[in-house]
Structures are given as structure tokens and as C-alpha cells.
Design a protein around this ligand. Structure first.
Ligand SMILES: [Zn+2]
Length: 301
């Protein structure tokens, strides 16, 4: 890998970087979120343990979503649970726009304390990953049990079980200051190399994948969180011995939600008249809540 881009680029915050290790038949995505993460978390009054979990879910959603084309396709990460402190966690990513929220039981969460295990938070949970491809209207969904020590491990298990794609994921979260930071690295082995190429049988113990997994796995949490370290330079640190690393242009990530009066008017218009009548309050207004934004919209019916 040559490093012409080692001249200082703007610090990589709220940005995604895509890359391909051609000789190793691997592709990857890196993300580092700062102000975008802060804005999403600030829309809710979450306890620390829920903030940590949502931050991890958001960077995971971003790196998975960045596997899709920017053509209106959407990636949705959803954790549905039974018997845990959390009822539902939803994040989605589309065309560089990210959003997410968690619905939980405050009392049960408080009882768990700061160091709650994933199994305490989710009980018997399932992780659903949905790819909606806008160009073709196709939808792929994989569902795996929520197991492991972290959401990142659960997503690794999703790729292994549901897609049979060896995948390494590393995340790092730092919410201690008023400027929360979170980062993630995802690398996958694609048997026949090029993105979009036909997938043949992939063995996780393939030597070229093992090499990539070792190099990628050496990333330090501090590197994912270092806002002075451009993502392209971090990529260089990890893979500078590779003959060729193809790097895509940096992609900005923003906090995005589709909620608006117009959006909800369109949604409500699809309901039968009688249903809408039942939803109206005494003033003839239908109040709709956006769970992502913690905002209420008063729609005149
Ligand atoms: Zn919203």
C-alpha cells in the first residue's frame, strides 16, 4: 500500500471509510462518530448503560449500512427481546443518514447497574438485520439469537450464521465527556474477491482471511476513538504491508430522520377513515410520536 494520502486530511469524525484488500479477497468499513452520536443520544434521557448500548448499535449499523450502495437502500438493525430490561432497540442507516432509539424499562435497568451483561439487558433476545435494496425492491432479513458478550459479537454471529461470511468487528465507545465518541471497524472475507462478485464457499480458517483478521483485530480502541487520527491513516497502520488497498472516498454520516408533518400526513392517509377518527383527540388532532426523535407531531386530520 502506498500512502499518498498521508498528508493531513480533515479529522475523520462523523465519517465512514470503505476499503478493499484485493489480494486478500476482503473488504472493510470504518466509522468514527462524534457530534452525530451526541445529537442522537441527546434526544433521549437514557441511563449510561443504555447510551453505551445504543452507541455500539449505531456504529455497527453505520458500518453494515455502508456495505450498501447510496441509492436509497436501507440497513436496519433491530433487537427484539423477551424477559430483559430492554424491550426494543432499533437503528437504521440510509444514504449516510443514521438514527436509533431504545425502548426499555427504567426500573429494571436501574436495578442492573452500570456493568449489566448483554443477557441481563436483553433476556431471551433476537437480533434482526434487514437489508432493503431500494433499486430492486428486494429485502433480505436474517435473525440470530442475541448471544455473546456484546452487540458486536452478535453481529459477527449474524454474518457467520446467516450469510456465511467470515467477519471481524471491533467497536470502541467513550461517553465519559460531553463529546461522546464511538468507532467501529468491520472486515469481511469475500471468497472471490471483488465486491459484488459471486460468492463461493468461504472457510473461516482460510489462511488469507486469518492474516486479515489478525491485522484488523490488532486495532486498538484508542485508535478507533482518536479524533486526531484520520481513518485513512489508521487503515495505513493496519494494512500498510498489503500490496494493494483500494480506498473509497470518505463518506459523511449525519443524523437523519424522516419524521415531519408531511410524512405523518402521508402515513395517516393510508389508514381507513374510521381508524383515523378513533385516533383523533377532542380537538380533532391526531398526535403522532417519533420514537427516534422523542418528538410529537400534531396532525390536523
Ligand atoms: Zn424523527
Amino acid at each position: 500500500m502506498t500512502s499518498p494520502e498521508r498528508t493531513r486530511e480533515p479529522a475523520s469524525i462523523d465519517q465512514l471509510l470503505g476499503f478493499t484488500l484485493s489480494d486478500r479477497h476482503a473488504r472493510g468499513r470504518m466509522v468514527r462518530l462524534g457530534p452525530v452520536l451526541g445529537r442522537i443520544l441527546a434526544a433521549h434521557d437514557y441511563p449510561r448503560v443504555i447510551k453505551e448500548l445504543l452507541a455500539e448499535a449505531l456504529v455497527l449499523t453505520a458500518v453494515m449500512g455502508a456495505l450498501l450502495k447510496r441509492d436509497g437502500s436501507q440497513l436496519t438493525l433491530q433487537a427484539q427481546t423477551r424477559g430483559g430490561a430492554i424491550d426494543l432497540l432499533v437503528c437504521d442507516y440510509r444514504d449516510g443518514e443514521l438514527r436509533g432509539y431504545v425502548s426499555f424499562d427504567p426500573k429494571r435497568c436501574a436495578a442492573l447497574g452500570e456493568a449489566a451483561a448483554l443477557s441481563d439487558l436483553f433476556g431471551e433476545g433476537y437480533l434482526a438485520v434487514t437489508f432493503d435494496l431500494d433499486a430492486t425492491g428486494e429485502r433480505y432479513q436474517g435473525i440470530v439469537p442475541l448471544e455473546g458478550q456484546s452487540l458486536a459479537q452478535a453481529v459477527e454471529a449474524y454474518f457467520a450464521r446467516s450469510e456465511q461470511v467470515p467477519t471481524l468487528i471491533r467497536t470502541a465507545i467513550d461517553l465519559r465527556s460531553n463529546h461522546p465518541i464511538a468507532g467501529a471497524l468491520l472486515i469481511q472475507h469475500l471468497a472471490e474477491g471483488e465486491e459484488g462478485g459471486e460468492r463461493l464457499h468461504v472457510r473461516p480458517d482460510h489462511p488469507e482471511w486469518q492474516h486479515v483478521a489478525i491485522m484488523g483485530g490488532s486495532v486498538e480502541p484508542a485508535e478507533l476513538l482518536d479524533t486526531e487520527l484520520p481513518l485513512s491513516e489508521l487503515l495505513w497502520r493496519l494494512f500498510h504491508e498489503e500490496r494493494e488497498v483500494r480506498v473509497q472516498p470518505l463518506m459523511p454520516v449525519s443524523r437523519g430522520c424522516r419524521c415531519s408533518v408531511v410524512h405523518f400526513e402521508e402515513v395517516l392517509a393510508r389508514f381507513p377513515k374510521e381508524d383515523r377518527r378513533d385516533m383523533r383527540d377532542d380537538n380533532g388532532v391526531i398526535v403522532v410520536d417519533c420514537a427516534f426523535c422523542s418528538r410529537e407531531f400534531a396532525i390536523q386530520d
